[in-house]
Design a protein around this ligand. Structure first.
Ligand code: BES
Ligand code: MN
Ligand code: ZN
Length: 498
């Protein structure tokens, strides 16, 4: 409906429309900013004093119709102490800056200079990334525009810098693909389940072929042949058939073992026969956020032609109650050969992942595997929406993920695994059961997954808290966050490319 702002680059001497600038703690402005603000004399200093604005990181001062300037509005964004600003700070500041461009504006310029002076091209790209994520909206299904919709309808926003061509290049070579990946993931998650069921999800993921990603779609007969009884059991109550999508990006050395990312793609989780309560069930259209993240990540890596071999595999199913649905007490045989007693049909994500993890491990022998899943409500109780739960059999991989989380702001918190938890999931009738009782729900779910990964370095990210119902942040105003795309893009970059 209303279009997102058009974002571009320009030079310091072409400041048009609303002017957004930055200053460091202590009202420290860079030289180009000082020059731009010269015509207003000490107006901004008096305004700052009146508002007790000192330039703290993330704080904002706004002056409407500043006399001396052509700009209808001057916005000053504080960067705080600029000594060690991380990528996540730059991204956030980009979000804050564009967030202050008012609805009515036709044009705005963000003067991409900090208190300490000019920014590097890749720092400007990070600002733009934050801006792009901030203006994201999902309004595909709104046919009427509200009177008070305060969204800029057709605003053009330019980032002014010393070398616009270099900034544009930095944006185009890495950050733009990453932004598109996050946006794609958010779109998939926001999409309702009557539109986005497994087949349609697989069709959209196949769009990665345009970037040179090899995409295979496994249908039910193929999965039967492989023996994926755990995944198939989850899908058998739905009129939409399950699919597994295998995406491969071979940007690395020919024949080198890949790294693998696996996503839970439950397009709708009603709970099945163990049906969920009505309240909030609509959120379960987002139970495919792990899979959406994997698709967004593959897009980001392919768009920047990452020099790495990666496989992304997603298990797409719909969990519904039906005469054909699986029951509590049923026993299924997973591809690994292990039998699983179904205690609760609402613990379906781990069943899907059990088969996909085993399949990926066996077929691709990856260097490491990371899976993402909106797996348990218990992780929200434990960590809220700030951190995703990290479970891993490998300290090195855990450290890398933790570090990438700190850099990007998509933070993970390691939780325990261990044989002590096995008794909770040992079954009377089969090798394992799919729930572990009331206590330590996120851990017993992870412990279940671990039984399907053997010795390969592996990490499970429980993103039930971080992916859905996101709090409004400086870089996201949407229900879905696209959480994990930036984290894993960084993990791959740190692993191979630095
Ligand atoms: N998809 C849910 C977990 C979830 C809850 C995701 C809230 C996002 C927000 C998962 O399939 C589920 O139903 N888990 C159960 C497990 C239980 C039956 C052992 C849960 O967390 O209650
Ligand atoms: Mn469930
Ligand atoms: Zn689920």
């Amino acid at each position: 409906m209303s279009e997102p702002p058009k974002i571009g680059f320009t030079s310091y001497d072409r400041l048009r429309g609303v002017l957004v600038t930055f200053c460091a703690e202590g009202l420290k402005f860079g030289p180009a900013t000082q020059k731009a603000l010269a015509p207003i004399g000490d107006l901004h200093r008096r305004a700052a004093a009146a508002d007790r604005f000192t330039g703290k990181n993330g704080s904002v001062l706004e002056i409407v119709a500043p006399s001396g300037l052509n700009a209808p509005r001057l916005v000053i964004v504080g960067t705080g102490k600029e000594r060690d600003l991380k990528d996540r700070d730059l991204i956030k500041l980009g979000g804050i800056a564009i967030g202050r461009v008012p609805a009515a504006a036709a044009q705005a310029t963000i003067l991409a200079e900090f208190g300490a002076g000019a920014l590097k091209a890749d720092q400007i790209a990070d600002l733009v990334l934050g801006a792009r994520l901030r203006v994201y909206r999902f309004d595909r299904y709104k046919t009427k525009r509200k009177e008070d919709d305060e969204r800029p309808s057709k605003v053009e926003v330019n980032f002014a810098c010393t070398n616009p061509a270099a900034a544009e290049k930095a944006w185009g070579t890495h950050a733009e693909g990453l932004a598109d990946g996050v946006v794609w993931a958010r779109d998939l998650i926001n999409e309702p389940a009557n539109i986005l069921y497994p087949n349609e999800f697989a069709r959209r993921a196949s769009g990665l072929r345009k970037l040179g990603v090899l995409v295979e779609v496994l249908d039910v007969p193929a999965m039967r042949k492989l023996g994926m009884g755990a995944l198939l059991g989850v899908g058998q109550g739905s009129s939409h058939e399950p699919k597994v999508v295998v995406m491969r990006w071979n940007g690395g050395k020919r024949g080198a073992d890949p790294v693998a990312f696996i996503g839970k793609g439950v397009c709708f989780d009603s709970g099945g026969i163990s049906i969920k309560p009505a309240q909030g069930m609509e959120d379960m259209k987002g139970d495919m956020a792990g899979a959406a993240c994997v698709v967004g990540l593959m897009h980001a890596l392919a768009a920047r032609k990452a020099k790495v071999n990666v496989v992304g595999v997603i298990g797409l199913v719909e969990n519904m109650p039906d005469g054909k649905a699986q029951r509590p007490g049923d026993i299924v045989t997973s591809m690994s050969g292990q039998t699983i007693e179904i205690i609760n049909t609402d613990a379906e994500g781990r069943l899907v992942l059990a088969d996909v993890l085993h399949y990926v491990n066996k077929r691709f022998k990856p260097k490491f595997m990371v899976n993402l899943a909106t797996l348990t409500g218990a992780i929200i109780v434990a960590l809220g929406q700030e951190y995703a739960g990290l479970f891993s059999n490998d300290d090195k991989l855990s450290e890398r993920l933790t570090k990438a989380g700190e850099a990007t702001g998509e933070k993970v918190w390691r939780m325990p695994l261990g044989p002590e938890y096995d008794k909770a999931i040992d079954s009377k009738f089969a090798d394992v059961k799919n729930t572990g009782g009331r206590n330590a729900g996120s851990i017993t779910a992870a412990q279940f997954l671990q039984r399907f990964v053997d010795k390969t370095p592996w990490a499970h990210l429980d993103i039930a808290g971080t992916a859905l119902g996101s709090p409004q942040t400086d870089i996201n105003k949407s229900w879905s966050s696209g959480w994990g795309v930036r984290l894993l893009d960084r993990l791959v970059e740190d692993y191979y490319e630095r």
